[in-house]
Design a protein around this ligand. Sequence first.
Ligand code: SF4
Ligand code: SF4
Length: 379
Amino acid sequence: MEKKLGFGTMRLPLTDPDDASSIDIAAFSRMVDIFLERGFTYFDTAYTYHDGHCEAAVRKALVERYPRGAYSLTDKLPTMLIENEEQQESIFERQLENCGVEYFDRYLVHCATAAFCERAERLRSFDFVRRKKEEGKVRSVGFSFHDSPELLERLLDDYPFMDFVQLQISYMDWEDTPIRARECYEIARRHGKPVVVMCPLKGGMLADVPESVGRLFRAARPSDDPMLWALRFAASLDGVITVLSGMSSVEQMDENTARMRNFKPMDAEDYAVVGRAVELIRRSVPVQCTSCGYCVPVCPEHIPIFDLLHLYNSQTDAEIYGSGDLRPEYAVRSDGYGKASDCIGCRTCENSCPQHLAISEWMGRVADVFEHNRTAVNA
Ligand code: SF4
Ligand code: SF4
């Protein structure tokens, strides 16, 4: 059975927790060793990770310690940083140099949102990566994508030479209205494209499920934890090359590779369990915020958006299970910041939200619960 776990290097161990560039090379090297020893080979890095220091760390921990054929390395064109077409060339060459390789096994155009896609098209990034493939500096080209199925369909029609796509897929996103993971996946497969899965744990949310879901999972498969359920869901899909997981310690590497070492695809009973888990999570975690934090710096009212959304989720859960009242926490969380009722509905935050959350509407509900004393379950 093919090993479908990819090592995402965006959150590597640090020697100084306050300095993203201080990657702990010794710990990272040990993680690389465990990953390869257990038969996994897919590494994913990016120019921007760890304040621009990740690629060099990959060179030290992986490239300088293992033969080139022992692993597969994926990198990405940092669309968000590129101003003009010529810059693509110099950044690409720097990426090869940073990583210490002569070619990338896979190279992605970073197309997280419609705005990024527009930029990539203006810069003719798709043609650029195709050229790199023709020059032998990239083996396989693709793009990472977080937007609508309609845009995905159009991109695959316009750039049929793309070899694969990287999609956000988790069991919570599968039928979710803003993410529409199933539709995106089906479009990719209809175009004959293999898929790399990102965010299988929905930003960590599915590693820490409500207790009711934990019980459900344990009853179905006593030895499988919530993380394995989420990874197996994504890895079981036909045409999936790998499932990326950002790992940040030797322990996490040990646990994750142990989970996926003897991966078995889901069966009908597993899918039924996951269906029930989705219902339970939707009920007690109404806002599917992953705490990425992109929304907070752009809010003109300085509202601690994700903190308040998480408080709202906790209040909902507490009301359902009768485990207390989180209202007193609200004053603490919003102290020195804007309150939910300060939201002016500008929706700037929504344009930055990869989960496409209707944040301005949620702010109204947060205010109802925490400022007007309504119940969260009926808010
Ligand atoms: S919609 Fe509300 S929460 Fe979002 S940026 Fe505007 S003021 Fe802030
Ligand atoms: S951008 Fe969206 S997902 Fe990220 S923290 Fe803000 S609300 Fe949550």
